[in-house]
Design a protein around this ligand. Structure first.
Ligand code: VGL
Ligand code: ZN
Length: 232
């Protein structure tokens, strides 16, 4: 993997939080904590021009929490409810919403970045998923593609695409959790925002471990380069 310094590059470390990690995370991703050392190596490389950490950061009444919906359509890991676009004038748009156990509630221990990650090296920490009525896997946009904070829904703490553009970033490397949700959506949206985008395989893990081959296919079809740490 060549991080040559010829063009400016960013590292986005997605959602390395207690609730996504064993042994106690409410939505623990198998092997989630084990990728911390690979991510720390990346954080220590001098090749990146900006280091960003993201945090899934939900209010207690978030629409994705199974517990916030009535029986019988409130089983975690099903998509038994519908979410409406919260953007003004777009409420007619609807999508199925996958339900999850309560996770990454703002200002709780589950939302903390795990201590194994050398978080002090980051230039920015960005919180996302803060609007109660819409899912937000990608740090660039919510599930309906709303590019907050442009429309001021306060679902994300800053405009990451604008920040990267201001700094002249060309290449965006995405790692972290989970490969089949927030890493995937962040990487695909980075391509849509015009960045050359890479996912480093050894530095991500999936909610559904067997999903990775299919996710890789989706990423590549969307224009993301999935690379191995060990590539020359
Ligand atoms: C994530 C499920 C729900 C993730 C966030 O970080 O991949 N997955 N919220
Ligand atoms: Zn979430």
């Amino acid at each position: 993997m060549a991080i040559t310094g010829l063009t400016k590059s960013a590292l986005i470390v997605v959602d390395m939080q207690e609730d996504f990690c064993p042994p106690n995370g409410s939505l623990a991703v198998q092997g989630g904590r084990d990728i911390a050392s690979a991510i720390n190596s990346l954080l220590s490389k001098s090749g990146f021009d900006i280091l960003i950490l993201t945090q899934d950061y939900h209010p207690r009444d978030h629409i994705s929490f199974a517990r916030n919906h009535p029986e019988p359509n409130n089983k975690p890991f099903t998509s038994s409810i519908t979410m409406k676009n919260p953007a003004p004038g777009k409420e007619f748009e609807a999508k199925p919403q996958q339900l999850w156990p309560v996770h990454c509630v703002a200002d709780t221990p589950g939302a903390e970045i795990i201590p194994e990650i050398e978080a002090w090296k980051a230039n920015l920490v960005v919180q996302k998923g803060m609007h109660s009525q819409v899912e937000m896997y990608s740090v660039f946009a919510d599930a309906f593609g709303n590019r907050d904070p442009g429309i001021n829904m306060q679902s994300v703490s800053m405009d990451v695409a604008a920040t990267l553009r201001e700094r002249g970033i060309i290449d965006v490397f995405v790692v972290g959790l989970a490969g089949d949700y927030c890493v995937k959506c962040t990487a695909i949206d980075a391509v849509k925002a015009g960045f050359r985008t890479w996912v480093i395989e050894e530095a991500t893990r999936c909610v559904v471990p067997d999903a990775w081959d299919a996710v890789k296919g989706e990423l590549e079809a969307a224009g993301v380069s999935v690379v191995s740490w060990w590539d020359p």
